[in-house]
Write a protein that binds this ligand. Structure first.
Ligand code: WQD
Length: 331
């Protein structure tokens, strides 16, 4: 199929383009380069041996999306594009609401106009809010989100549900990610956040690379296995394959899937595994909890296994090895 990947030069988008190409899909990328680099397109060619058409457009400009659909017979869309920094979203809520919502509505309106009604949407476990049970299952539904970034994801899920209710000729897969980490084994593509990383793994990378002095571990007094936060870290290649499965095995209608390993790993477990696998020391200190953090959550990924035939294959050791390999290749 001919697939339009919005945000296709980003961390998860680029890895998904690799997996789409491996399954012989024709991939068209639209990306405004806000949180990605144009050179990634060359890395994608290096990895896959295939070329990718790139539109350096911003989805908030609806006429640009029309141009893409006018010039290409698109069969389906995977929608990654959007601002995604939790901390930034708290400081700049209007920027997040206007960008993430308007760009998505523009995309959906153009898809409707060109009768392209197959969509895979990049959502997040953050939409569950705090359901009180650490093992998240899709039937729990959405809870109270704790930051504007997460709220935009929840709002877009609602928009998609309302769209489907108005026109059930749409086929929509909503994928709720847990904690995407790792990098392609080639070391050519990986996570490259702008500025000081908010998330754990990119911060560990910078400390291991001596680009940042010390990792602050936000609290070790949680009611968890070792007192530090517990999350479901999923290798980005597993996550990318989940998107291809969602596309290739898309059921009729609107379906929601957790994409996670199903295993909770603590911050300390991740740090010590990283040190062991890569034989490197990570300086850290225990500091107070980060406001808004939950003690523990991880996926129940059984629905994706039963309906899409997908589950994670990479281990925590693979995650640590591949992340560090990428960092070393891009020092
Ligand atoms: C993980 C654990 C921290 C940084 C967020 C978003 C979510 C998704 C993934 C986009 C927590 C601890 C972290 C650090 C630390 N993003 N930590 N020191 O908060 O689980 O999820 O990113 O879709 O929507 O909410 O990820 O990596 O920030 O934190 O101790 O410097 O690591 O307390 O327990 P989080 P994270």
């Amino acid at each position: 199929m001919k697939i339009l990947v919005t945000g296709g030069l980003g961390f998860i988008g680029s890895h998904t383009c690799v997996e789409l190409a491996k399954q012989n899909h024709e991939v068209i990328i639209v990306d405004n380069l806000y949180n990605s680099k144009e050179e990634v397109i060359d890395k994608l060619k290096q990895i896959t041996g295939k070329s990718f058409k790139l539109y350096k457009y911003d989805l908030v400009e609806k006429e640009k999306i029309e141009e893409i659909f006018e010039s290409n017979e698109i069969d389906a869309v995977i929608h990654f594009a959007g601002y995604k920094a939790v901390g930034e979203s708290v400081k700049k809520p209007l920027m997040y609401y206007s960008n993430n919502l308007q760009s998505t509505i523009n995309l959906l309106e153009v898809m409707q106009k060109y009768d392209v009604k197959k969509l895979v949407f990049s959502s997040s476990a953050t939409v569950y809010g705090d359901p009180g049970n650490p093992k998240y299952v899709e039937e729990m539904g959405r809870g109270k989100t704790t930051n504007p970034y997460g709220t935009t994801k929840a709002m877009i899920e609602q928009i998609l549900e309302d769209l489907y209710a108005s026109d059930n000729s749409w086929d929509i897969s909503i994928l709720r990610y847990f904690n995407p980490v790792g990098a392609h084994e080639s070391g050519l593509i990986g996570e490259e956040p702008n500025g000081i990383p908010n998330n754990l793994m990119p911060y560990v990378m910078k400390v291991a690379a001596r680009k940042l002095e010390v990792l602050s571990i936000f609290g070790n007094d949680y009611p968890t296995v070792d007192g530090t936060g517990v999350r479901d870290f999923i290798h980005v290649v597993d996550l990318a394959k989940g998107h291809v499965c969602a596309l290739d095995k898309m059921k009729k209608g609107l379906n929601i899937y957790n994409l996670g390993s199903g295993k909770g790993v603590s911050v300390m477990e991740l740090v010590t595994t990283f040190e062991k696998v890569n034989d490197i020391k990570v300086n850290y200190k225990i500091v107070e909890r980060r406001p808004g953090d939950l003690p523990e959550y991880y996926a129940d990924p059984s629905k994706a296994l039963n309906e899409l035939g997908w589950k994670t294959e990479k281990t925590l050791e693979d995650i640590c090895r591949d992340s560090w390999n990428y960092e070393k290749n891009n020092m």
